[in-house]
Design a protein around this ligand. Structure first.
Ligand SMILES: [Zn+2]
Length: 222
């Protein structure tokens, strides 16, 4: 059974999906994202990060992707755009912060939802874990996914050289094996806004002061 979405074109859908208000699988994937990022698009990025992400999505997608950069540079926005742009419409992706994932694993008593999901995006993996148990839970998820060759996107404000000291050898090794890194090139847009509009260059400039086009949602919550 086929369904034609205004935004995403024709897709094969199940009989179950037909009864939904919008059976398009890509639209449904977007609704799993935080409200702020449901319209994120790889074309929102004028400094090349969207293109890098597109290239990664067109590869075998069995290795991980790391999105690194200071806060406010659009990391969660990029991760959301990637989620929507996954070529296989049947892949249900989940975006969750490291802290939320840890809490969900405790609440459910299992990490299956994260260790077995076809595509997982873990946001806000910082310099330290709140407890050693939280680090263990992260390792278990990452290790399962590594063994099953399931792609994971990791989003962090750490620099590449700080990953191993922060996360330890075992975890960093599994995350980094064959991984692609995208370094966000923009300044913190919240700071740019405070300094004033004269610092914000136009889209036609080659300078990276403003990373995301003005019609894109801001990710000030990042
Ligand atoms: Zn759609």
């Amino acid at each position: 059974m086929m369904y034609t979405c205004e935004k995403h074109g024709e897709h094969k859908i199940s009989r179950y999906a037909k009864s939904m208000a919008n059976p398009c699988p890509i639209c449904r994937r977007a609704t799993l994202l935080p409200c702020r990022f449901q319209k994120a698009d790889l074309n929102d990025f004028i400094t090349g990060e969207g293109l890098e992400a597109q290239n990664w999505l067109q590869g075998p997608m069995q290795n991980n992707l790391l999105i690194l950069g200071p806060s406010g540079t659009g990391k969660t926005h990029l991760a959301s755009a990637i989620t929507i742009a996954i070529p296989d419409p049947c892949v249900l992706a989940k975006l969750i912060t490291a802290r939320e994932m840890s809490q969900a694993i405790i609440a459910k008593g299992t990490d299956k939802e994260f260790s077995e999901r076809a595509f997982l995006i873990i946001d806000e993996i910082g310099r330290s874990f709140h407890t050693p148990a939280e680090q263990d839970r992260m390792f278990d998820v990452v290790n399962s996914r590594y063994n099953e060759m399931l792609p994971t996107v990791f989003v962090s404000n750490l620099k590449p050289e700080d990953l191993r000291p922060a996360w330890g050898d075992a975890l960093t090794g599994r995350i980094m094996d064959g991984a692609k890194i995208i370094l966000m090139r923009g300044e913190d847009r919240r700071i740019v806004n405070k300094i004033g509009p004269s610092r914000v260059r136009s889209d036609t400039s080659s300078d990276a002061s403003s990373v995301v086009r003005s019609n894109a949602p801001s990710d000030a919550a990042e």
